[in-house]
Design a protein around this ligand. Structure first.
Ligand SMILES: Cc1cc2nc3c(=O)[nH]c(=O)nc-3n(C[C@H](O)[C@H](O)[C@H](O)COP(=O)(O)O)c2cc1C
Length: 344
């Protein structure tokens, strides 16, 4: 398969593994790279020294190109971005922040940059800042998808920018890949599908759950980690949706953020309080959301924890290897092409 993104990243198939915290580990990233796709390493929950170690571990597991992501909104992300740049990771993916300095630094060593966006405004800003491609995430997606569904959002952004678009949110099979290409995208990025694969480190019970539940079993809320995100309906999600926050709790919860990113607590607490009450509360939710996500993904706990999952879980009923997923998608997309040609 040849699209603008297979050429840009030097990969065989226009299929990307989204950077999912706790899930997109060196093992999963390398499995995707070795099967012909682009794996993106998640660094959101890593301290800088762990980021470096994860990058080096990925390099031991694959000789093929891979990416690493940073969510700029989160404390500690800049330090991780600097490590990713120092390590000259071939593809850098940033989200939720201004990435002009990342583009300049990555281009200087010959790497490429993908910005993850959910709106036209942010797509144009990323293009101006020098991003080489966009991951455009629709409402169906697990985690932080936008307000608008992929079917509508992808063609709007394709028409409005000059750089290639990778469609995310609601893709899990070859029909989806064919549909994304028909909408003008140059590839797809998948989270929920790869999360339920043999190589995914998610708890086994959640793989089973993901195979069983349907498209109606998710909820889109800003009460779990402070930003609108889609998660599985569960007791844990309902508890966080009910939970009240205030700036004092925010300062207290910032200790957890400080622990995660390896920064002094006081520095993080003062930084959060200076952001103003609204942002401070968002950060507090992010801190409690983090622990809930960890319990949901790694421990398979749906009472204390929360599992990010996309609506596309409704068509996922098995747990194949990454290689099987990618080969199946490629085969199905070619079959879909024939079906479409015969109908047109
Ligand atoms: C378990 C899980 C964890 C995720 N963690 C993150 C994350 O840390 N940062 C992020 O930007 N997106 C995260 N996502 C969202 C994905 O990066 C991606 O945008 C989404 O899964 C795409 O939609 P899909 O699930 O329909 O394929 C996560 C998704 C899942 C399923």
């Amino acid at each position: 398969m040849k699209t603008k993104i297979t050429k840009l990243f030097g990969v065989r198939y226009p299929i990307v593994l989204s950077g999912m915290s706790w899930i997109s580990t060196p093992e999963l990233v390398a499995a995707v790279a070795n099967a012909g796709g682009l794996g993106i390493l998640a660094t959101g929950i890593l301290k800088p020294e762990e980021t470096r170690e994860y990058i080096r571990r990925t390099r031991k597991l694959t000789k093929l190109p891979f990416g690493a992501n940073v969510t700029l909104y989160f404390p500690g992300a800049e330090q991780n971005a600097k490590i990713i740049i120092e390590e000259k990771v071939p593809v850098v993916n940033y989200a939720l922040g201004k990435g002009d300095w990342i583009c300049t630094a990555v281009h200087a060593y010959g790497g490429t940059v993908i910005a993850t966006v959910t709106t036209m405004k942010h797509s144009l800003a990323a293009q101006r800042d020098g991003a080489d491609a966009l991951i455009v995430t629709g409402h169906e997606a697990a985690g932080h998808g936008g307000e608008v569904t992929s079917l509508v959002l992808v063609p709007i952004i394709v028409d409005g920018v000059k750089i290639p678009v990778i469609a995310a949110g609601g893709f899990a099979d070859g029909r989806g890949l064919a549909a994304a290409l028909a909408l003008g995208a140059d590839g797809i990025s998948m989270g929920t599908r790869f999360m339920n694969s043999v190589e995914s480190p998610i708890h086994a019970s959640q793989k089973m759950k993901s195979s069983e539940i349907d498209a109606y079993d998710t909820v889109y809320t800003d009460k779990v980690d402070g930003l609108h995100a889609r998660v599985m309906k569960s007791r844990g999600a309902a508890r966080l949706i009910r939970k009240r926050m205030n700036p004092i709790k925010a300062a207290f919860l910032s200790r957890r953020i400080a622990n995660i990113v390896g920064l002094p607590w006081l520095k993080v607490a003062v930084g959060i309080l200076l952001m103003g009450p609204k942002k401070a509360m968002q950060m507090a939710r992010m801190a409690s959301g983090f622990f809930a996500f960890r319990a949901g993904t790694i421990h398979g706990d749906n009472d204390a924890g929360v599992l990010p999952i996309g609506q596309i879980t409704g068509i996922i009923h098995d747990t194949p290897t990454v290689k099987q997923i990618i080969e199946r998608i490629v085969k199905e997309a070619k079959e879909a092409q024939k079906v479409i040609a015969s109908k047109l």
